[in-house]
Design a protein around this ligand. Structure first.
Ligand code: EPU
Length: 338
């Protein structure tokens, strides 16, 4: 069923929790209904935005157009082989609920991505990642509704252009694509991924930790560093970790020998830790009114209660300017600013 409201309050509909209103807000669990609605209300679509649980969004001000919140639910196994399964999940399922379900079934893969806030639909868009794993490692295909010509089709993983916090679904040309379902390939051999050093350390006293233990360890790692959006408004990492050329990295390393550098997919480039750059600028824990930088993780902006979108935006700009002046590096927001 379609639900259309006017002047919908957005505070409870995104994890940064700023007060803002959407001119129109639409929810439905049927793709065909959405297509029919679009045909009969063409004018409303000139300015629209598709959201899930809003865990990666900053509303700088009220939204003057139509926000669409797709509601496809359901998780099922669609293919059961000897050593792997293919599962399918609706875009509106909560991500961590899916991870919990897979771990309880004994399906290995998603446990390193435990507790990432947001919906299943956001996983391919953002190629969510943490603790040595990324959604792209497990996604096989994505069912898309194309609001431009009212069709739906599966996009195979190799056509999704997955990159670091990036995919085809973020490109301008695909702004009318709406993720409806996602399929994942998960493993039955109980394999675990302990590539992330902090995780290895956490598990070192355990004999043969399985996926349940990994999930538990990830949960404690995350809760020790990252604020729970149910308690303190935040959108996870606010900026991407910058990717710079090897010569630029080497130059910085000669000045800052402690600079953390990581290999990345782009040839002749290195990834830096944006949190380190921000902390070196003395900004960790910095607070202006209710907009702040989380004292335990410098990459996370928090809303202590009544921060406005504008205040958080100004704080983000201040961080960018300060890092730019000190390191000549431009931090790019990971969070979508609207
Ligand atoms: N660091 C600091 N100060 C801090 C925090 C970190 O100097 O306050 C330095 C440390 O050297 C640390 C390094 O930064 O070793 C990396 O920190 P961390 O492992 O916490 O990861 P991150 O690079 O800050 C990324 C993801 C997170 C993900 C973690 C864990 C991005 C933008 N963020 O953060 O993802 O949970 O790795 O894998 O890639 C998200 O995308 O919203 C998110 C939370």
């Amino acid at each position: 069923m379609i639900r259309l409201t006017e002047n919908e309050a957005l505070k409870g509909r995104h994890t940064l929790g700023v007060q803002a209103y959407s001119r129109y807000f639409l929810e439905t669990n049927k793709l065909n209904e959405l297509f029919d609605f679009k045909t009969s209300h063409e004018a409303l679509w000139s300015h629209h935005l598709i959201i899930g649980e809003g865990s990666n969004l900053l509303f700088k001000s009220d939204y003057p157009g139509l926000i669409i919140h797709p509601l496809p639910l359901g998780i099922k196994v669609i293919n059961n082989e000897n050593d792997y399964v293919i599962i399918e999940a609706g875009a509106a399922e909560n991500w961590d609920y899916l991870v919990d379900w897979t771990v309880n079934q004994g399906f290995a893969g998603l446990e390193n991505l435990s507790l990432i806030p947001g919906s299943v639909g956001a996983a391919p868009v953002q190629n969510i990642g943490a603790y040595g794993a990324e959604a792209k490692d497990f996604i096989t295909e994505v069912l898309v509704g194309d609001l431009n010509n009212n069709t739906s089709f599966w996009v195979q993983a190799d056509k999704c252009k997955f990159g670091y916090r990036d995919s085809i679904f973020k490109q301008k040309e695909q702004s009318d694509w709406l993720v409806w379902k996602v399929r994942f390939k998960l493993y039955l051999d109980g394999r675990t991924n302990q590539r992330y050093q902090g995780l290895k350390k956490q598990l070192k006293d355990m004999l043969n930790p399985g996926i349940k233990e990994v999930r538990q360890a990830i949960k404690s790692l995350r809760t020790s560093k990252l604020p729970d959006p149910k308690e303190t408004g935040n959108a996870g990492s606010f900026f991407k970790n910058p990717i710079i050329s090897d010569p630029q990295a080497n130059e910085l390393l000669s000045i800052y020998p402690d600079l953390p550098v990581y290999p990345c997919d782009k040839p002749d480039h290195m990834k830096l830790a944006a949190a380190w750059l921000i902390e070196q600028c003395g900004l960790k824990g910095h607070r202006r009114n209710d907009a702040g930088i989380y004292p335990k993780q410098a990459l996370v902006l928090v809303n202590y209660g009544n921060a406005t979108g504008e205040q958080l935006f100004e704080l983000a700009a201040y961080i960018q300017n300060t890092v730019q002046q000190k390191f000549e590096i431009k931090l790019e927001p990971e969070v979508r600013i609207v």
